[in-house]
Ligand binder design. Structure first.
Ligand code: NAP
Length: 398
């Protein structure tokens, strides 16, 4: 079992918890802000950060009064400064400012930036020994072994926010790791679960981002439609729970009521259930090791009536096969998978490549980059850059 997840529960303090929200303007970030605003006595705010969405960042900072508001895109600095003039909130811009803000001491950092862009700020928080509520799965996919070793070295704590990993965390008997036989990640199957490969040929970004159960940012919605999201989660689970690829199953469950399960050696299977609303796992992380109220619709199994399950189809959803392949290859392969996928998903959203082209591009980039061990962060970043360069060329060549 990986040592990243805490097995000893600290005392719950009555004092307000100071929280930094990296990516506060996104889907996870806004849900986090929503929960914080409903519990004003329980929280105070360290940093709020965005990429370019200054309008939302200004609104949030005016309401929540963080110590600092940071926009990663330096060209947005003037607008942010003007928008927060007279509020007493410090403002900053640029990548270095983002990393500095992420490393400031707080009780909990919500890591909700999308993609590998979140790696450096999340590492800054880890190096400060923080408790990190990790939504940003791509960081663990592209630099998992390195991140886990940094977590151990700096005494940081990772709390999974991804609903599947949060579910496993809730039902995992971490004091007896040998009793865990396997974990089962559930998957909705996405909007194209019942599409044939031919039907997937012409799907549009608009169709791909319309997830049947979850309301999420564009990138993760496309990942759910290709099922690369479940592939990324497989790699994330490997690093969080220290399990080999062969002991992590994927099960399609279109209702998204069972968020994942742990199977034990005595035949017991423990699951966490709830409505598909990210405010439940976010609330769990914000209040951990206690629980806090979340304004989510309550689960009424009688009105749901039926739940179904099926095996995933790696032929129509080749991203699952590619992710298993990358995890079993190890070394730089997961970094390549993640970088190529980020570029191909953006290409699809921009209309440059097709939906089915996403997995094709990822596969070609995986085949092109030779196996290599990743010794340090520079190695990770070099592989990430090379994979993006190759993927970008494939996107542009149509
Ligand atoms: N949404 C969900 O339900 C869900 C569920 C499980 C896991 N996750 C994971 O949580 C993470 C966030 O997902 P999301 O759906 O919330 O994404 P999102 O809605 O696209 O929000 C992404 C956030 O990251 C910021 N950002 C983007 N690029 C950045 C950059 N280069 N530098 C600094 N900040 C940057 C965005 O700022 P701007 O707004 O200024 O662009 C925004 O605040 C992803 O890793 C995703 O896989 C999400």
């Amino acid at each position: 079992m990986a040592v990243t997840l805490p097995s000893i529960r600290p005392q719950v303090s009555e004092a307000p918890r100071k929280i930094t929200v990296l990516g506060s303007t996104g889907s996870i970030g806004r849900n986090t802000v929503d929960l914080i605003e409903r519990n004003p006595e329980a929280f105070e705010i360290g940093a709020l950060t965005a990429h370019r969405n200054v309008a939302v960042l200004i609104e949030q900072a005016r309401r929540l009064q963080p110590s600092v508001a940071v926009v990663a895109d330096e060209s947005c600095y003037g607008e942010l400064k003007d928008g927060l003039a007279g509020t007493g909130v410090d403002v900053a811009a640029g990548r270095e400012a983002l990393i500095e803000a992420a490393g400031r001491p707080v009780d909990l950092v919500m890591a909700a930036i999308v993609g590998a862009a979140g790696l450096a700020p999340t590492l800054a928080a880890i190096r400060g020994g923080a408790t990190i509520a990790l939504a940003n799965k791509e960081t663990l996919v592209c630099a998992g072994a390195f991140m886990v070793s940094e977590v151990e070295r700096h005494g940081a704590t990772l709390l999974p926010v991804d609903s599947e990993h949060n579910a496993i965390f809730q039902v995992l008997e971490s004091h007896q790791p040998d009793a865990v036989e396997r974990v089962i990640l559930t998957a909705s199957g996405g909007p194209f679960r019942q599409f044939s490969k031919e039907e997937m040929t012409g799907v549009t970004p608009q169709q791909a981002v319309a997830h049947p159960n979850w309301d999420m940012g564009a990138k993760i919605s496309v990942d759910s439609a290709t099922m690369m999201n479940k592939g990324l989660e497989l790699i994330e689970a490997h690093h969080l729970f220290g399990l080999p690829e062969a002991r992590i199953d994927i099960l399609v469950h279109p209702q998204s009521i069972i968020h994942s399960m742990v199977a034990y050696v005595d035949g017991s299977v423990l699951a966490q259930l709830g409505q598909p609303d990210m405010r439940t796992p976010i609330a769990y992380a914000l209040a951990w090791p206690a629980r806090m109220a979340a304004p989510v619709e309550r689960l009424d199994l009688a009105s749901i009536g039926q739940s179904c399950f099926e095996a995933p189809d790696p032929v129509r959803f080749p991203a699952l096969r590619l992710a298993r392949w990358a995890l079993s290859m190890g070394g730089c392969a997961p970094t390549v998978l993640n970088a190529a996928n980020e570029v191909a998903v953006q290409g699809f959203l921009d209309g440059a490549n097709t939906f089915l082209g996403i997995a094709e591009i990822v596969e070609r980039v995986l085949e092109s980059i030779p196996e290599a061990a990743l010794g340090n962060l520079d190695d990770v970043l070099a592989v990430d850059r090379e994979a993006r360069r190759l993927a970008d060329r494939l996107v542009k060549s149509g």
